[in-house]
Design a protein around this ligand. Structure first.
Ligand code: NDP
Length: 262
């Protein structure tokens, strides 16, 4: 039997992670099993302990447990510490927490030709996803990074930490080449409220939500702005988790291609 990994969340039955990691394992000839753990709210620690005690080697963590996982880990990488959220756990003599969302986003943007380096970037949202990617966007060399959120004080808190700008949506100026939606508005069929002229001026609009069309992407398409959803980020962050666990970097392109065709 191969070493055991799983994704833990609530709900989690819809997760594409087991399929993605099975493809990675096959392509890199790694002997592992990858399952799903649906933990009750408030039940993260118990479920993670049980998995570890049963011999589990690592977990991917999804909504709503990324902050619980951050509290749970004895050791944190700088990118997990910056995000105050963990999406990848490796069990060993110590429990090690990482966050691969930022590198996943930046790699997907590079694949799309939507370069961050030298670009003016607008990041919308100030939840766990935004916190997970802001450091990677800074490191990738955005010439300017502004974070906007409905609750502006949450955006200001992140902006202060990274010495970037914060804003509410109404005050935004049409000056961004890359507009990234890290809100969950699309899941409710809503748009985060980016002014139409800001969106129309962009060279690329990226929504981290995947598996559905969103009002944000529809508005960008109507303004003839190239768009992408977050499926590529999902595959890239998974590949980085796989690397954290196995020390092997899988090829993401065939997996993303097949996932798009499913
Ligand atoms: P959180 O619940 O932590 O944060 C939600 C954010 O969305 C907040 O900033 C909130 O604003 C904002 N928001 C929600 N509804 C609206 C609305 N109607 N209008 C404007 N803003 C709104 O979620 P996460 O940050 O963890 O996740 C955000 C999204 O990113 C999810 O949809 C998730 O699926 C996706 N994601 C995708 C990944 C991928 O690999 N593609 C990886 C990680 C996340 P406020 O603070 O004002 O409430």
């Amino acid at each position: 039997m191969g070493e055991r990994y799983a994704v833990i969340g609530q709900p989690v039955a819809h997760s594409k992670s087991p399929w993605i990691h099975a493809q990675f394992a096959r392509a890199t000839q790694q002997d592992l099993e990858y399952g799903c753990i649906e933990a009750p709210l408030g039940g993260f620690t118990r479920a993670a302990d049980e998995f570890r005690d049963g011999g589990g080697k690592g977990l991917n963590v999804t909504l709503p447990f990324k902050e619980d996982a951050y509290q749970y880990c004895a050791q944190l990488t700088p990118r997990a510490r910056d995000a105050r959220a963990v999406n990848t756990i490796r069990f060993g003599t110590e429990t090690f927490g990482d966050n691969t969302d930022g590198v996943g986003l930046v790699r997907d943007l590079a694949r799309l030709g939507a370069d961050v380096r030298g670009s003016r970037v607008l990041l919308m949202g100030a939840g766990g996803a935004a916190r997970g990617v802001v450091g990677a966007l800074v490191e990738a060399g955005a010439s300017r990074l502004t974070i906007a959120n409905r609750n502006e004080s949450k955006a200001r808190e992140i902006a202060t930490r990274w010495r970037i700008s914060a804003s509410g949506y109404e005050a935004l100026l049409p000056e961004f080449e890359l507009v990234i939606n890290a809100t969950s508005a699309g899941l409710a069929g809503e748009s985060p409220g980016v002014p139409p002229d800001v969106l129309a001026r962009a060279k690329h609009a990226y929504d981290m939500v995947y598996g559905r069309d969103t009002p944000f992407l529809a508005a960008a398409r109507a303004a003839r702005v190239p768009t992408s959803d977050g499926l590529g980020m999902l595959v890239e962050q998974a590949a980085e988790s796989f690397f954290v666990w196995r020390g092997v970097r899988p090829d993401t392109a065939p997996v993303l291609r097949e996932l798009r065709g499913r």
